[in-house]
Design a binder for this molecule. Structure first.
Ligand code: AMO
Length: 421
């Protein structure tokens, strides 16, 4: 005899074929429907209840899983009782059956309802697994997980604009990255990582920018050079791909994604080579400028032709990189980006760890060292050579699941228009 169990979930569809009612419900986290079967001849009252359940209702059903399941839509369940816990009181804004796909805006407004669909659930299940993979990688490699403040009093990195807020009468701002804190920690811990939000007041409205995004940040002390940092980032990316291959086959299958581990070692392209490649593909970017979308895309295409999905661009001109990056000679720097199929996923580099050089860098960027006093203090007491990276979690997931818009992989995205839900 099969064991009696109780299941809970939401009704996605009800079909009545002659004397059998099939209630399709999303009942658990395994990305499949459960098909609750009620036969009229066995239980006429329950059959009546089943066929009248409103789509979208939250239900509880008791019964058994038969040994053999004949349904293609999901695992079969033979109910001897169904209780409707709550029914919709308004028209469902998303088609509960999932047959009529919604516009992205509707999905974003009703994300909690969209999560009842296996495809949507798969994205966020996979996203959670990417985070698990990163954490597992860092733990195995001796990194300490840290949580740095997101409300900051001073020391904006420059570049991206910041959100300011009133902090008991003083001006504070939201952290645009954990950059300064992860570096300060290098005076006492040799490897740290943080997975947390970035806040940027950039007035972009693109498919790959958000005003609140999540970063996977790492910082490593006692490095020899930037290559040490690139190696860790490369291993992390490969680890994520292996992890998903092993632990997310259901999500990948549900999303129709065939995961291709990037060829390694990743290609390393100097900035000047990257400019040449972009120009040869028709991009108008000039030496000394930051790579724009068009040039990133052009480089991505050329790299793909060479068989590389993932590639580093290193040795950027110092002029276009932040003050904390170490210079290489007068013009160049030890900064790098990691791009994947034409999209920047991460930036990083070796940092300037020498107090006086760092002050000079700050001044050279037109910033005031006094605003960075708390940060500079950490460089007075035996700060080792160090470097690190910030990897955009949303962008990484977006690329893995092949979505064109970053909002599709963020539960409740924050962009210039969206502040609720
Ligand atoms: P950067 O500013 O390049 O570097 O940010 C690192 C990575 O974070 C992601 N990212 C974003 N994703 C979506 N929307 C945004 N507005 C956004 N901004 C950034 C990108 C990007 O590559 N402190 C350095 C990192 C370091 O040197 O360690 C930094 O923040 O994928």
């Amino acid at each position: 005899m099969a064991l009696k169990t109780t299941i809970y979930g939401w009704v996605a569809n009800v079909k009545v074929l002659k004397k059998i009612a099939f209630v399709e419900a999303i009942t658990n986290n395994d990305l499949t429907y459960t098909v609750i079967v009620v036969k009229k001849e066995q239980n006429p009252e329950l059959w009546e209840t089943a066929r009248e359940i409103e789509l979208g209702s939250a239900i509880k059903a008791s019964g058994t899983y038969p040994e053999k399941s004949i349904s293609k839509r999901g695992r079969e369940f033979h109910a001897d009782d169904i209780v409707v816990l709550n029914s919709p009181i308004d028209v469902m804004p998303l088609d509960p059956t999932g047959k009529t796909p919604a516009q992205i805006d509707t999905n974003l407004n009703y994300r909690y309802l969209a999560l009842r669909f296996p495809e949507q659930r798969a994205i966020f299940s996979l996203r959670a697994k990417v985070v698990n993979a990163c954490r597992e990688f860092f733990i195995k490699n001796g990194f300490l997980e840290v949580h740095t403040p997101k409300i900051c009093g001073a020391g904006a990195e420059g570049g991206a604009t910041v959100f300011t807020l009133d902090y008991f009468g003083r001006t504070a701002f939201l952290a645009q990255s954990p950059q300064l804190y992860k570096q300060m920690l290098m005076a006492g811990v040799s490897r740290v990582y943080e997975i947390g939000p970035y806040f940027r007041a950039e007035k972009f409205s693109t498919a790959r920018h958000l005003n609140e995004s999540w970063g996977v940040d790492a910082e490593i002390a006692f490095i020899e050079d930037a290559e040490d940092v690139m190696n860790v980032l490369e291993k992390l990316i490969l680890y994520v791909f292996d992890y998903l291959q092993e632990n997310a086959s259901k999500e990948l299958e549900t999303l129709g994604v065939s995961l291709k581990k990037p060829r390694s070692p990743f290609k390393r392209l100097s900035y000047s080579e990257a400019i040449e490649v972009a120009s040869s593909q028709g991009s108008r970017v000039k030496y000394g400028e930051d790579l724009d979308t068009e040039s990133e895309f052009a480089i991505g295409k050329a790299m793909e032709e060479e068989g590389y999905d993932a590639y580093f661009i290193y040795e950027y001109p110092w002029e276009i990189k932040p003050f904390y990056i170490m210079r290489k000679g007068n013009e160049l720097s030890f900064a790098f980006d990691l791009d994947y199929r034409g999209l920047e996923l991460a930036s990083g580099g070796q940092r300037e760890h020498r107090y006086h050089e760092l002050i000079k860098n700050i001044k050279d960027k037109g910033l005031n060292p006094e605003s960075f006093a708390f940060y500079l203090e950490a460089f007075k007491y035996g700060m080792p050579p160090h470097g690190g990276f910030g990897l955009g979690l949303d962008r990484l997931v977006m690329k893995i699941v092949n979505k064109k818009n970053i909002r599709e992989v963020v539960l409740f995205p924050r962009d210039r228009q969206r502040l609720v839900p």
